[in-house]
Write a protein that binds this ligand. Structure first.
Ligand code: FDA
Length: 310
């Protein structure tokens, strides 16, 4: 409950325009702990740097809730260019995309623009041997994201496109089971948005318990599972679970965010687990950065100290 109050306070304050302006102008230095620069070239350099520790990358061009078709199309073009650039640098193009950034919810020529653009991006990933994960956003988008995910898996296969389930949502266990026929590649996260108690569990202990249930059920169903968390007790439990159930290391990976628990990322990679860091970059870093601050009280002090230093 305290976690929820903290999160809603931070995200509420962060949503005010004057605060956004202040943080945007003063906190870029601090934000770079979580964001790998503004350009795709710096993000690709971050992938290459992580590779030295045996850690894979998942590139994310920052941007969300785009309201015009032109902006959504420009965004999609940038993701396509990113995939090409990664492949040219000898990196498997593994990207994350928020459907709201490429036009989800906007109808153009009778079709949802988000799906049209996602098709282009996933289609290119297929040609390049890459992978696209559809990030999960706030709860009103879940139905449409899962529907569009189903369409894309049917067209391009589960080796090319995956999506995310959030353990804080009451609905996620039913959603997971409903996707089983696709043998989907799923990333399991706790959930980062400010959601009402009518749809999301307010208590962290419940969110954590739901997280374990989702991961275990997905692994037991024989599906590829991305265990996306920095929670050490969950990571330990997953390691024990896979041993106890004879689940091979090739059926799952650990995923963490750029700039968070690099020590743990390195340690897991050294132990022979597949580890992938989510690497966000781009000019539109504010919303992503706010969610990272809202996850951990100590981060507010980190930001304030950074802003005072200038
Ligand atoms: P928890 O919040 O319990 O934190 C466990 C420990 O991790 C903390 O004690 C601390 O040590 C460390 N930690 C966590 N957050 C930190 C932070 N911001 N700064 C410093 N340390 C921190 N969400 C979503 O809604 N949709 C999505 O698509 C995604 N995608 C995604 C991809 C990947 C690869 C990851 C790792 C996470 C996401 N998330 C997400 C975010 C996710 O929902 C969640 O908010 C964060 O991962 C934090 O939750 P943890 O599981 O780490 O546990």
């Amino acid at each position: 409950m305290i976690d929820r109050i903290y999160r809603s306070t931070v995200l509420g304050v962060a949503g005010r325009k004057p605060i956004e302006q202040l943080v945007r102008t003063r906190a870029w230095g601090v934000a770079q702990r979580f964001v790998a620069g503004e350009e795709s070239s710096t993000a690709i350099a971050a992938v290459q740097e992580l590779a030295q520790d045996g850690i894979l990358g998942n590139l994310d061009l920052l941007g969300e809730f785009v309201s015009s078709p032109e902006t959504a199309n420009t965004f999609a073009e940038q993701v396509l260019a990113l995939q090409t650039q990664a492949a040219a640098a000898g990196i498997r193009p593994y990207v994350s995309v928020k459907l709201s950034s490429v036009g989800q919810g906007q109808t153009v020529e009778g079709a949802d623009l988000g799906l049209t653009n996602a098709r282009r991006i996933v289609g290119q990933a297929k040609r390049l041997g890459g992978f696209v994960c559809l990030d999960m956003e706030d709860h009103p988008r879940v139905d449409q994201t899962l529907e569009q995910f189903r369409v894309l898996v049917n067209e391009f296969g589960h080796d090319t496109v995956g999506t995310v389930l959030q353990s804080y949502l009451y609905r996620s266990e039913a959603d997971r089971a409903s996707l089983d026929d696709l043998q989907p590649n799923l990333r399991i996260v706790k959930g980062a948005y400010l959601e009402p108690a009518s749809v999301a569990m307010p208590d962290k202990a419940d969110v954590d318990a739901s997280y374990r249930r989702l991961v275990y059920a997905h692994l037991k169903a024989g599906n590829y599972t991305n265990v996306a968390s920095h929670d050490e007790s969950i990571i330990q439990d997953v390691k024990h679970f896979v041993l106890a159930h004879g689940i091979p290391k090739t059926q799952f990976e650990f995923q963490m965010l750029y700039g968070i628990r690099r020590d743990l990322q390195r340690e897991l990679a050294q132990q022979g687990y597949t580890v992938r860091a989510y690497i966000p970059y781009g000019r539109d870093w504010y919303a992503y950065f706010s969610r990272r601050i809202a996850e951990r009280p100590a981060n507010v002090m980190f930001v304030l100290r950074g802003m005072l230093k200038g």
